[in-house]
Write a protein that binds this ligand. Sequence first.
Ligand code: ADP
Length: 570
Amino acid sequence: MQFLIHYLKPHVRRMAGGMTCKFLGTIMDLLIPALLAYMLDGIVPTKNAGQIYLYGGLMVLCSILAWVGNVFANRVAAGVARDCTRQIRHDLFGKITRLTAGEMDRFTIPSLISRMTTDTYNVYRMTGMMQRIGIRAPILLVGGIIVTMTRDAALSALLVALLPFMALIVWFISRKGVPLYTEQQKNVDHLTRIVRENLTGIRIIKALSKTPDEKRRFGQINEALAASETKAASVMAVNGPTMQFLLNMGLVLVVVVGARRVHFGLTGPGNIIAFISYFTIILNAMLTITRILTMYSKALASARRIEEVLDGEEEKAPDALLPLDAAAPHIQFDHVTFSYNKKEPDVKDVSFSLQRGQRLGILGPTGAGKSTLIKLLLRLYDPDEGAIRIQGADIRSLPLETLRRMFGVVFQNDALFRGTIGDNIKLGREISLEQVDRAMADAQAAFIRDKGGLDAEVVSRGQNFSGGQQQRMLLARALAGNPDILILDDASSALDFKTEAALRAALRAGYGNATTVIIAQRISAVMQCDQILVMEDGEPKGLGTHQDLMQSCPLYREIAQLQLGGEQDE
Ligand code: ADP
């Protein structure tokens, strides 16, 4: 909750204004029955028409003031809630972009999405509600009790007798109902996650005829959610009618006791009417408070989930760039070991060193740790042991901006964004049209011209293009920035052999200065590299040229024989 106070602070004055209006509006509401009682008991018997109009007019004035005050206050409340939540969403999004990759793994993406959306919405609702009925209900409750006490102590005793019962209900709701709502919220999260996974993977689920399984999985959580809703609702269902019952009983008692008191001339009938109004006001305020409690607990859970992310660990790097050593190797892995879960290493003791302009191929079966090496090089994760250096400087000593700007990267599961082809290639960078054209040509993306050029539309995740076309656009994106270091993680797997060979030739001709790291399943994509690193189960199994490895590395030889058959030259 601490963080909410921080976000509300800039709006304190506005909130104070709104709440004052709410306060005054509510007091006006409270005054009306008292005025009515006075009119009925004090003025009507005197038959003084002038006075009757005066007090009638006063009641109308109170109603108008109450209306104005409440409308103004509600608008201010909505405004504060909106501005405060907008800022939270803004900061939350910024924070998510700065989270370390490890933290992203910990929170998971679906959960981050629901924290950005559902949870911020719950907080929005609560901050709005607290300023409106959060102020109004207690004033009506306390104010109502005080007014009734001063009007007629004997009748108030009835109310006091009912209060413990009402308190009991509030206690019951907060002890029993609220945890049930928390459980329900968890089930909603779970359901959302399953739906999201399903819709993302709908093609594969259909292709593998897993639909019945998925339906069952969805059915289970849907049932669980329905069950928790039933439970919460059946507890909450007691709330309203019980309060209403108490209200009715109270009213009956007020009428019975009140009638006797009127009969004995202890009070006027107007007073009884006012009392009945206050009774209704007080009990409704109690009901509202139980609603606030439910909402509050829901929003509290959401606020905690948001706070967790805001407190998440950020990527840290120094701001200043130390001079780099031009004579040192461009990229150097020095006995690098890393584990995602900090148990079994996913990459063990990897060392290599590349001079500027050299090409490294990384080859190995899936799960061998190839992409992990790239993530370490980009500093998405930090090694547990050893160091990665660029021109002699440990990458942990480089500002992140500087480090990441050196790279042109095509990741294995990269996606295009919704927009035009041109937007996707430029990706917000200052890149000239000639550069884009050249990158497209080098990436063998001539098909773009047939598709309508750079202004052609790309739908979300690039699904209106084939896998190979997407890959070439991603390649063009990486090449367009004229990177110092080019990283291609399985970037040509969807290209046919001829296109792949043309791409390799274009890279050699146009990007000789860029140090290149190529991850591939196909040996033909890496066999001409200056060095090839063979990985298996996170361990380096060989490092050298194609010829070296054919001699020294049984795994490499095996892959070569499988893929190239007898002839090992391209
Ligand atoms: P490759 O690129 O060679 O196919 P990866 O480097 O992607 O292999 O994966 C190496 C190992 O690390 C795998 O066993 C994989 O399960 C694990 N791994 C990859 N990414 C993560 C992650 N974000 N969290 C936990 N484990 C991961």
